[in-house]
Structure formats: structure tokens, C-alpha cells
Design a protein around this ligand. Structure first.
Ligand SMILES: Nc1ncnc2c1ncn2[C@@H]1O[C@H](COP(=O)(O)OP(=O)(O)OP(=O)(O)O)[C@@H](O)[C@H]1O
Ligand SMILES: [Mg+2]
Length: 457
């Protein structure tokens, strides 16, 4: 089946067809195992009542009485071995074994309805045959007769309705079940594609799609894989380009720095000095940017080459805090922390960049005399490090983009603060390399909380 259209059409028709057949088979089982016997008993009861009545009312005219029973909706056949007579609607098939007649004449009951052949489907229920009756012995005026009886088609109408009702309800229920199952099967690859799209949106291009179908969805999956590998190529090229450029910028920057040093040694007037300061700060900025870019590209290319060590995490975070003590004091920020001694496995220099980036953000985007709190806890699977600040905060739109390379918040306050917009994308990559998680909660003008979970190994 090539197209989704034909797959869908054929499945639906097949479901309708099979549900009809299955429901018919179930109804048939119900008839064979339950209804046939039940009906037989009901008619035996009725026949026995007729028999009892005739036995105790000898004076009544047998012929007239049986005609009356015939007229209220029964088909009857009476015989004493020689004489044979029918009442009510005619039997279509009047075949009946002599054995059955003799047995009834000898006082036994004939269960023709319950014993009606198994091979006949539920329609056997309505078979207008003499075989499909019950037989009871009758004693009338001291003479033995055999009376065979079945309700005629008019009396069976009610049962017929119930039976067709069962078939219809059964068909609906069974097809609903099949539709639910088949729809799931049809939709499954679409859910897979959806998951893959989300992965690509998050930047994971190496997706694996196990969709081997010949229809439109199969074609879509194939194009999707192609697109993912092209995107991966473009992404790799972009990273390589950035890394090459940053590398090439490094040496002219080092040259400029050297010349600045030479100029500083000279006697300059105050105006020249201030120009030199501007040049120096711009060069520092450029050099920071290229360093960060190089760090990012080395992270990208060396994902499996981490230098993992067992080291004191709390001590490392305290070192970072000490390093930025001057900036904290300058802004009047109150720093508090809970850092119980904890040893972790990880790449110390990479993780150092994480705490450094998050702490500098908490300082840069804080208000004067604000607060920062750092805590380190652990649970069964993770070490949890939480940085909370009382800074300018972010809205939903900003939060969504903070891990993008070069993204910087666009509030007027953020614009005046120095930064390249690479810090958090570096943090994200490093945390990911450590199989950890980073999440952020923030409210505009209230503050921000970054939570980093490092998996215990
Ligand atoms: N603690 C914070 N409070 C408010 N906004 C923040 C916070 N941390 C990050 N942001 C927002 O996220 C943006 C991206 O942060 P990121 O650290 O990646 O870059 P940056 O700090 O601007 O530059 P740098 O590369 O020098 O770190 C910031 O520009 C800022 O708008
Ligand atoms: Mg930053």
C-alpha cells in the first residue's frame, strides 16, 4: 500500500467488514450457547401446560382447542402414530424422524430447538421446520398423542429485534475498538516526527528516526532526516568558521596589546592617555569575546575529551566568590551562601567557568545593594546548586532565548552592561557535557534563580 489515503481507506473498510462479521459470530455464539436452550425450555413449559390442561379437561374439543392455540401464534403438529394433523401457520419443512415421534408417544420430551444443528447460524432460530420444535406427550381421553410445538415468526419478532440490536451494538463497539487501535498505529510515526522536530529545535541534530514506511509519512521522515543532516552540516560549518575567525583575531590583538604597552611607557598628555584607555578597554573586550568563542568551539569539538577529576566543589565555588569580592563590594551586594563540603566528579576548569558566568550575571544584572544567595545540596541522583539574585529579572520571552549564542537581554539596562551574550550558552554546553540540567526561574524586577543539577556518578 503506497499512499496514506489508500491505507486509511482500506483500513476503515476492513474494520467495518470485520466488525460486522465478528459481531455476527458473537451473536451466534450467544444463540448456540444460551438462547437456543433457553428458548427450548420456554416452549417446553408452554407445551407442558397445554398437555396438563388437556389431561385434566377431557370434555373439551381437542381440535377446537388446538386451533385456538394455533391462532394465537403457535405452529402445532399432533400425531398418535397414525393420524397426523397441523394447526397454525404451515411448516415449511415437515420432516421429523419416527424415532422422535415414538419417544414422545412413550412419554419423553423432544428438545428439537435445543438440538437444532450447530452448523446453522443464528438464523436457525427462525427456521420454520418441524424438526425445530419441542415435543411433549399428551394423554387425551385415555389415548396417547405426541404434540410438537414452536412459536410462529410473528411471536419471534421480539427476539428478532433483540438479536439484530445485539448485532448492531456489537458492530459499533468492535469497530470503535479497532478504529482506536488503528488510529494509534497511523499516528505513531507522526508523534515520532514531532519528538524529532523538538529535538532539532533544541539543537540536537543527530536524531535517529526508525520510520520505515512506503507512504507519505515515510517520505516525510526521509526528507526530515535529510534536512536534519543538512542542518547539522551547516551548524558544524558555522562553528568551524567562528573558531577559525576567533583564532585569527587573537594574534593581531596580542600585537595591539604589545603596542599599547609601548605607548604607555611614553610620556603622554592627559587627552592622549584617555584615548589609550579607551583603546585598551576595547581590546580587552575583543580579547574576552574571542576567548569565549574559542572556549565554546573547543567545548563543541571536545565533548568526549573532558578532563574529569574528583574535586571539592564547595571550595571551588567559594574561590569564585572570593575572586569577585571586589565587584560585590563595589555594588554593595550582600552575599550569603550554604556550601557544605562536597566532592564531585567533573572537569574542574569547565565547571569553574559555569559558576563564574552565573555569578557575574547575578552581579551584573543585580540592583545596587541587592542580594545573592548560593546553596549546594544533594539528593539521590543529583548535586543541586542554586544561585538566587534580587536583580532586574527577565520575562518569558527573554528566558526562552538566554542560552542562544550572542543573545543579550534587550532592556535598556542590559544594553549598558558589558557582555557578549555567550556566557550562558557556554554554561549550558558544559552542564550538558556533565549530563546535568540547568533551569531558570525569573520575574521581572524581582530577581532570578538558576538551578544546576549535576548527576552523581
Ligand atoms: N541573573 C540574571 N538576571 C537577569 N538577567 C539575566 C541574568 N542572567 C542572564 N540574564 C540575561 O541573559 C542574557 C544572556 O546572558 P549571558 O550570560 O549569556 O550573556 P551576558 O551576561 O550578556 O554576556 P557574557 O557573555 O559576558 O556573560 C543577558 O544579557 C541578560 O539579559
Ligand atoms: Mg554572562
Amino acid at each position: 500500500m503506497k499512499s496514506l489515503y489508500s491505507k486509511f481507506a482500506v483500513t476503515t473498510i476492513a474494520i467495518m467488514f470485520f466488525s460486522g462479521i465478528l459481531s455476527f459470530l458473537f451473536t451466534n455464539m450467544y444463540y448456540q450457547n444460551y438462547l437456543k436452550r433457553q428458548n427450548d425450555l420456554k416452549i417446553v413449559k408452554m407445551a407442558s401446560e397445554i398437555s396438563d390442561f388437556l389431561h385434566s379437561h377431557d370434555q373439551i374439543n381437542l381440535n377446537e382447542y388446538l386451533e385456538h392455540i394455533g391462532s394465537i401464534g403457535y405452529q402445532l403438529y399432533i400425531t398418535d402414530g397414525g393420524m397426523k394433523k397441523t394447526y397454525g401457520a404451515e411448516f415449511r419443512e415437515r420432516e421429523l424422524s419416527d424415532k422422535a415421534v415414538t419417544e414422545v408417544l412413550n412419554g419423553q420430551i423432544y428438545h428439537g430447538i435445543a438440538q437444532f444443528p450447530h452448523k446453522t447460524f443464528v438464523t436457525g432460530f427462525f427456521a420454520n421446520e418441524l424438526k425445530n420444535t419441542v415435543g411433549v406427550p399428551i394423554e387425551y381421553k385415555n389415548k396417547a398423542y405426541a404434540l410438537f410445538l414452536r412459536p410462529d415468526i410473528k411471536l419471534l419478532f421480539n427476539e428478532m429485534h433483540i438479536m439484530f440490536g445485539w448485532i448492531v451494538v456489537g458492530t459499533i463497539l468492535i469497530s470503535m475498538m479497532f478504529v482506536l487501535i488503528s488510529t494509534k498505529f497511523l499516528v505513531k510515526p507522526i508523534s515520532k516526527l514531532n519528538k524529532a522536530t523538538k529535538l532539532i529545535a533544541e539543537g540536537n541534530f543527530g536524531i535517529k528516526l526508525s520510520i520505515q514506511r512506503q507512504d507519505e509519512i515515510g517520505a516525510l521522515a526521509a526528507s526530515f532526516k535529510k534536512m536534519a543532516s543538512k542542518l547539522e552540516n551547516v551548524n558544524d560549518m558555522r562553528k568551524e568558521f567562528i573558531s577559525n575567525i576567533s583564532h585569527d583575531i587573537q594574534s593581531p590583538l596580542a600585537n595591539i596589546k604589545g603596542y599599547i604597552k609601548l605607548l604607555r611607557a611614553r610620556k603622554l598628555d592627559s587627552e592622549e592617555k584617555s584615548y589609550l584607555e579607551v583603546v585598551e578597554s576595547e581590546v580587552t573586550r575583543l580579547s574576552n569575546l574571542t576567548k569565549q568563542l574559542l572556549l565554546l568551539s573547543s567545548i563543541d569539538s571536545k565533548k568526549d575529551l573532558m578532563d574529569v577529576k574528583h574535586f571539592n566543589l564547595s571550595e571551588q565555588i567559594k574561590t569564585v566568590i572570593r575572586q569577585y569580592q571586589w565587584n560585590l563590594n563595589e555594588k554593595g551586594i550582600v552575599m550569603s551562601y550554604t556550601l557544605p563540603e562536597t566532592f564531585v566528579n567533573g572537569d574542574p576548569s569547565l565547571l569553574y567557568s559555569v559558576w563564574e558566568n552565573i555569578l557575574t550575571n547575578a552581579i551584573k544584572y543585580n540592583i545596587d545593594n541587592g542580594e545573592i544567595d548560593i546553596s549546594l545540596t544533594e539528593n539521590d541522583t543529583y548535586y543541586v546548586i542554586v544561585f538566587t539574585d534580587t536583580g532586574i529579572g527577565m520575562d518569558e520571552g527573554e528566558i526562552e532565548r538566554i542560552y542562544d549564542r550572542f543573545y543579550r537581554g534587550d532592556s535598556s539596562r542590559t544594553r549598558t552592561i558589558e557582555g557578549t551574550g555567550l556566557g550562558l550558552s557556554i554554561v549550558y554546553s558544559i552542564v550538558e557535557m556533565h549530563h546535568g540540567k540547568i533551569c531558570v526561574e525569573s520575574r521581572k524586577e524581582r530577581g532570578t534563580t538558576f538551578t544546576i543539577r549535576l548527576r552523581k556518578v
